[in-house]
Design a protein around this ligand. Structure first.
Ligand code: TXA
Ligand code: MG
Length: 330
């Protein structure tokens, strides 16, 4: 369903920041870059604006959203920070870390944004444009990734445009993002728990905690009952083309998503070849991941064959997204 809006597209700059803040204050939807992926923002305290996010994304259910704030003071108005949460916020904010915390009793964020939970996910992004918009607006902004539900997350303003033009009010173009995978989500429960691997590697968090992060008892994707990160649907990051993981050779009609050397058997007959990082650099691979999946999705290949990617550092988040991209399509 096209909502039939005229979507404004503005280059980064002072007038775009002012327009974004005005739009948010009027209950509008604004896509803007964060260092991880582009977000689709709405005034977190305005239930009608929050509802429009679900409509614009065609999101089938009211999964809870991340509230983005401009500083720690704003975060403390909506969530309670125990010592561990404070230590993580001080070490990694602004940056690609989302904390799930108990809501304060006077939390102003709309219940629809937290899906009725008594916890709230909060993030203080590092991208200068995101920070300027948050500062100019002056309140919490909920922002899921700015893509249609089930699509690959957007890492450029053009990705946002191709998914959401006609459905949202404004796209602020800040160029390609730096990190390329969504934030790492840590639940600050009795034991700090890794709810989603992401742009901040697990090892850095564990170094600050001085101990390993707990794992959810059930995979948030497949568990029954109330999942811990209910938005993490199995096929959340999927291109339409089938994705084949851990490929050691290319079969006829397949495209290759390589990592390191792409000299694998069958590569000469591949429908297309893109290399996440010829130098085997995981940061570069994360930044390229979603854009390359989008590009290979429209190259007419029978399937996207993906070479193995190491699991350390950002590799944990890359493998997580690749596994989700492959689910249900093998
Ligand atoms: O990098 C990011 O985090 C991007 C940028 C735009 O900030 N945002 C993003 O949002 O990835 P989204 O909506 O695609 O993912 C939010 C995740 C979902 O898996 C959701 O279930 C989880 O956060 N979440 C939100 N509130 C939660 C809560 N109270 N408890 C557990 N999980 C929660
Ligand atoms: Mg998303």
């Amino acid at each position: 369903m096209n909502v039939g809006l005229k979507t404004q597209f503005l280059p980064a700059g002072a007038s775009a920041v002012a327009a974004a803040a005005r739009c948010l204050a009027g209950g509008g939807l604004v896509a803007f870059p964060t260092e991880t992926v582009y977000g689709l923002g709405a005034d977190a305290t305005n239930p009608a604006a929050v509802a429009r996010i679900y409509q614009a994304k065609d999101r089938p259910s009211f999964n809870p959203l991340i509230a983005h704030v401009g500083d720690i003071g704003a975060a403390r108005q909506i969530a309670r920070f125990e010592a561990t949460a404070m230590a993580l916020a001080e070490a990694f904010w602004p940056g690609p870390l989302t904390l799930v915390l108990p809501k304060t009793s006077d939390c102003t964020v709309a219940d629809l944004a937290t899906a009725g939970l008594d916890t709230i996910a909060i993030r203080l992004p590092a991208h200068p444009l995101a920070r300027q918009i948050l500062r100019a607006f002056g309140g919490p902004v909920v922002a899921p990734s700015a893509n249609l539900s089930g699509h690959v997350s957007p890492t450029t303003a053009e990705h946002v445009q191709s998914d959401l033009a006609g459905r949202i009010d404004l796209i602020v173009d800040g160029g390609a993002v730096e990190v390329g995978v969504e934030s790492t989500i840590v639940g600050c429960f009795d034991e700090p728990m890794l709810l989603r691997p992401g742009g901040l590697p697990r090892g850095e968090i564990e170094r600050v905690l001085g101990r390993p992060l707990a794992q959810p008892k059930q995979d948030p994707d497949h568990g029954s009952g109330q999942p811990l990160a209910p938005g993490m649907l199995a096929s959340h990051y999927a291109p339409r083309t089938r994705v084949r993981l851990d490929a050691a050779e290319i079969e006829a009609g397949e495209a290759l998503l390589a990592f390191g050397s792409d000299a694998v058997p069958g590569v000469d007959a591949a429908a297309a070849v893109m290399n996440l990082s010829a130098q085997s650099d995981l940061n570069e691979a994360a930044a390229n991941l979603f854009g390359y999946l989008r590009a290979l999705d429209v190259c007419g290949a029978r399937a996207i064959a993906v070479m193995p990617v190491p699991r350390h550092g950002l590799g944990e988040a890359i493998n997580d997204r690749l596994r989700r991209a492959a689910v249900g399509r093998e």
